[in-house]
Design a protein around this ligand. Structure first.
Ligand SMILES: O=c1ccn([C@H]2C[C@H](O)[C@@H](COP(=O)(O)OP(=O)(O)OP(=O)(O)O)O2)c(=O)[nH]1
Ligand SMILES: [Mg+2]
Length: 159
């Protein structure tokens, strides 16, 4: 992250919502609010609007991340975390909240901060199809191939 902010055009589809705001200098995420009152039953999800639309510069994307406080206090996250906002998207940024709590509904009022938007530079790939990929130390090992946390530092290939 540089100190120099990236200029992003924004429109308020809901004139009363605040512009996304960084709570502290150095914060990566600008908070987004819900435009509607919503009560999400245990285990269920709800899509909420944020009342804003943006035009990102080419070469950037914005990612809709959960807020850790809501995760900790209420068990609330985002189904597709992080949500991807493409540079060409001009619609309202929406958030698909999920209530992971097994007992309590998650209740939000219009104007509550429910997510945070993180801007990042992104690269696009040019895909070159080949018969065989170059070798590497990891090879095709994954999905726990290096063992569990208690085995950390042990030999690779543990189960
Ligand atoms: O949390 C999110 C994720 C996406 N979007 C918007 C911006 C994004 O540019 C667009 C499409 O998102 P994505 O590509 O993730 O969805 P898709 O299911 O692949 O839809 P599409 O076929 O429209 O690309 O939806 C949001 O507002 N919030
Ligand atoms: Mg898509």
């Amino acid at each position: 992250m540089t100190d120099r902010p990236v200029d992003v055009l924004i429109t308020r589809l809901d004139p009363e919502v605040p512009l996304p705001g960084y709570a502290h200098p150095g914060d990566a995420g600008a908070d987004l609010v819900t435009t509607s009152d919503v009560s999400i039953p245990p285990g269920e999800r709800a899509m909420v609007g944020t009342g804003i639309a943006i035009a990102l510069p080419a070469g950037y994307a914005a990612f809709v991340h959960p807020r850790s406080g809501l995760a900790h206090r209420l068990g609330v996250s985002i189904v597709n975390t992080p949500g991807t906002v493409d540079a060409g998207y001009r619609g309202e940024i929406k958030v698909v909240l999920v209530n992971h709590d097994l007992r309590e509904p998650a209740v939000f009022a219009r104007g509550d901060r429910i997510a945070q938007l993180v801007l990042q530079r992104v690269e696009r790939a040019r895909f070159h199809e080949v018969e065989r990929l170059p070798g590497s130390a990891r090879g095709d090992g994954g999905y726990g191939s290096t063992g569990t946390a208690s085995q950390a530092g042990g030999s690779a290939g543990g189960r």
